[in-house]
Ligand binder design. Sequence first.
Ligand code: NQM
Length: 310
Amino acid sequence: MSKPTTGDFTKTSGWMDWYTGPAKPRFTVPAGAVDAHCHVFGPGAEFPFAPERKYTPCDASKAELYALRDHLGFARNVVVQATCHGADNRAMVDALVHSQGRARGVATVKRSVSDAEIQAMHDAGVRGVRFNFVKRLVDFTPKDELLEIASRIAKWNWHVVIYFEAVDLPELWDFFTALPTTVVVDHMGRPDVNKPVDGPEFELFVKFMREHTNVWSKVSCPERLSVTGPKALNGEQNAYTDVIPFAKRIVDEFPDRVLWGTDWPHPNLKDHMPDDGLLVDFIPHIATTAELQQKLLVTNPMRLYWPEEV
Ligand SMILES: O=C(O)/C=C(\CC(=O)C(=O)O)C(=O)O
């Protein structure tokens, strides 16, 4: 792969570009595997970043995303709207319509979105909206506005993706449990992996999934959650060991409601940029049987994003 470009935009200071030349994974993903969490950024010259963005990334185009998909052995992608594009979904939708049906999407919308706009996004392959509660990424949106959006998109059988930090779950609980759709949590609700896997904080997340069967989780982003590593670099086959107990627990207890994604191009990492090939080699540490891997990588994402093919 070539090096990331920047267009006319100036990247956020300290920005880490995605890893070029990822390893070929040693773990062979099952046929039809879906990378269910990834993004496109711009390119800024074609799809400008949103004025209200909290970071300016390097470009990460659909062509580069699909080259990575093929290199890693995946068949499909779910492209999630990144906050640097605000509620301007053009770059994400453009990626979907140029995927030969091999990508579906998750959008960010405002209350002002029209039914015709929702329908057009649906026709392009969008199947959900994302509500982001990570304060460094977005400004606050009132809950009544989000609930109104959730009840409107439910008519298209879309779901809601939620992104939040573990410490905020108690405060957000009532809102999340009032959502009328399937709810997909990004990155296991960002647990603090310094805390015990059976401690009160992660128990609350497990309870959230146990008591609400409409709640799914992405067991993604060990590179973001890990404190002790080791990093997925230089051929490391046992990366991010401190995240494994958390992700494995969720896969074991809720095998029919888990998804996995690369999170390429890995926005806002501060410490290191992982080798995506080695991230794929993390999967068998958290989904430890062929049956669990099939559910995580194929059956579950297909049920949620391509139900007409299941
Ligand atoms: O890519 C992710 O899932 C995580 C992000 C970025 C993000 O959510 C966004 O820009 O929309 C993060 O923690 O900075």
